[in-house]
Design a protein around this ligand. Sequence first.
Ligand code: MN
Length: 225
Amino acid sequence: MQTMSAEEDIKKRRFCQSSRSAKLCELLINRKDMFELPELPFSKDALGDWTSSETIDFHYGKHHAGYVKKLNLAVLGNEFEGQSLDEVIKGSRDRDTKVFNLAAQHFNHSFFWNCLAGESSKPEGELAEAIDRDFGSLEDFKNQFGVMALSHFGSGWVWIVQEEGKLAIRDYHDAESPAGTIAVPLLTLDVWEHAYYIDHRNDRGAFIEGFWNHVNWEWVGKQMI
Ligand code: MN
């Protein structure tokens, strides 16, 4: 097997940085430490009418996959190359918008898929206690979360985070994320239109309502510190 000379390597990297063809670059640079699209923790049709397999094909197969491909290109040959996702997010925040947006969107989507399941479980133990303590009840929590998700203007994410021992609901614009901040992410809902437009058209409210039938509370509880 021929090894790539340093000069060839540099040429290919330069080409990739100026190219828009992610596919070609993947063929050219066969790196082992590239970011990868994680497997979905459920089958493509597990979420029923709420998020159809068609939406999964686009949202996971095109949007999320696209962020991963572009992220791999965006970190080539700069300080972020070879860093963990966490390091890239922390290092690029407020410094490199392009890299930050791609890295944060990779994190946000990977987290989002893990929050979902075919059928919703119930919050238990410490998580259930914290929800009652900080929001009054699970119903009150869902209402507050729903109001924030519905009134969020434009694209973004709504999260429950744990900060200084308390739970809080937060909305973040565009790719912004609790990743790499002091807020510990527990649960998120993607409120970008690409998350719901195929199945719910402009009815974000129906998308939020149906979310509660598909929350994997067991996984959410495990994120608490
Ligand atoms: Mn999305």
